[in-house]
Design a protein. Structure first.
Length: 108
């Protein structure tokens, strides 16, 4: 049985993620602002493993629980965080970090 080429699998995965994000946006009654999303991202980047309760305490402004959950869903779908049983962990490597790793590596 022939397997699908990799680009087709990646395409279907992207469509699946995009569809989930569209469906999530339809169910949101109150969309978070970009400033709120960036504020949550900054706190998650600076802290290690953090619980939702501690995240709420670390934020500069109060954020409604439902809005925070939607932000966390978005960040998880986009591959920036991992939500586990012990808390939330930022896993996204920014391009400047990747450039440092690439510079240290050997070219094939």
């Amino acid at each position: 049985m022939p397997t699908k080429p990799l680009y087709i699998e990646v395409y279907y995965k992207c469509i699946s993620i995009y569809t989930k994000m569209i469906n999530m946006a339809k169910t949101i009654l109150h969309s978070p602002t970009l400033n709120t999303v960036m504020m949550v991202e900054d706190v998650l980047k600076k802290s290690g493993l953090i619980t939702i309760a501690n995240l709420k305490k670390e934020l500069q402004k109060q954020v409604m629980h439902q809005t925070l959950v939607h932000i966390l869903d978005y960040l998880q779908l986009s591959g920036k965080i991992i939500i586990g049983t012990k808390g939330i962990l930022w896993v996204f490597a920014e391009r400047k970090d990747l450039n440092k790793l690439i510079a240290r590596g050997t070219e094939l």
